[in-house]
Design a protein around this ligand. Structure first.
Ligand SMILES: [Mn+2]
Length: 316
């Protein structure tokens, strides 16, 4: 349905619970925080909920600390999902989401399965752009705080306006939010620059050990249990590591091998476009997309590395 129809249906309710997806990112958090504040400004009782903890990197956003983890805070007439392409993304909150008839689904993934009673899916770079449209339809005054929340989602889903998904509409929305008081510089720093010392130590160890194969077209980094132990870093801190080997000139495929248990490895693949790494991962029972995929592999590290190097070589 259109954003106008979607807004008119939501305006009927006196209370709303807003759902973010598991493995919460800046987009689903930004959407939820902005929508909560916007609905409250209209006199609608609103709260946010997520099946997972909100990562500490979002602690600079006060509303991110107010997420509920269960339904103990009372009942809500409407349940609204933001940035959730499938109902599986609610994880163990799925029964709660469907416990009312009045389910709403606002998203920007064209693959969205339209699981709610009211679905509004608009192909934008970030779901925050769609929440921004919704708030304008509802007549919400865009405060600096709301603008900041919406900017968070736009910045994180576009890699700070660097990804191919950026459109003129994205930049127009961002320009308006900047004028409304969003702190673009701080968001960019907090999301893409700031890091704990443990992550910095792990990154330098891991990248120092980068190896290349097939005339420099394949670059591999490995994050072993010993690396975590030596630096005090945790597996969630490895997000973004694989961008480094992929950035090297001549590299077509980058691979990250992360030890999750003894002789068990989580493999991530990234491609610049020449190789379909979804096919590579599928060889090992994994999957993903043309440019980004993953799988699990068991065995000794050296054997796992050999398998990966051989298989990627078949596609180069
Ligand atoms: Mn998103």
């Amino acid at each position: 349905m259109t954003i106008t129809d979607f807004a008119s249906k939501i305006a009927d309710f006196k209370s709303a619970l807003i759902f973010s997806h598991v493995r919460p990112d800046g987009d689903t958090i930004g959407c939820a925080m902005a929508l909560k504040e916007g609905l409250r400004s209209l006199g609608i009782r609103a709260e946010t909920i997520c099946a997972a903890d909100i990562p500490s990197k979002y602690s600079g956003f006060p509303l991110a600390a107010e997420y509920l983890h269960d339904a103990e805070k009372g009942e809500y007439e409407a349940h609204i999902a933001v940035d959730c392409s499938t109902e599986q993304m609610f994880s163990n909150l799925s029964p709660l989401f469907f416990s009312t008839k009045n389910t709403f689904n606002l998203d920007h993934h064209v693959s969205n399965t339209k699981y709610a009673r009211r679905n509004c899916v608009i192909d934008s770079a970030s779901c925050c752009e769609n929440v921004y449209m919704l708030l304008k339809e509802l007549g919400v005054e865009i405060t600096a705080s709301i603008a900041n929340s919406l900017m968070l989602g736009i910045v994180t889903d576009t890699g700070c306006f660097a990804h191919k998904n950026v459109t003129a509409a994205t930049l127009s929305a961002a320009a308006e939010l900047l004028a409304a008081g969003a702190d673009l510089n701080h968001i960019n720093y907090a999301m893409f620059k700031a890091q704990p010392i443990e992550r910095a130590r792990l990154f330098s160890r891991v990248t120092a050990g980068m190896k290349t194969f097939h005339d420099g077209q394949l670059a591999v980094i490995a994050v072993r249990a010993a690396d975590f132990a030596a630096t005090g870093a945790t597996p969630d801190m490895t997000e973004g590591f694989i961008d480094f080997p992929l950035s090297v000139n001549g590299v077509e495929v980058a691979v990250s091998i992360m030890e999750t248990n003894e002789n068990t490895f989580k493999i991530s693949y990234r491609s610049k476009g020449k190789v379909n790494v979804n096919q590579v991962a599928a060889t090992f029972g994994g999957g993903g997309h043309i440019l980004a995929s993953g799988c699990m592999l068991n065995g000794f590290f050296e054997d796992v590395l050999d398998k990966i190097v051989f298989t990627v070589g078949n596609y180069l």
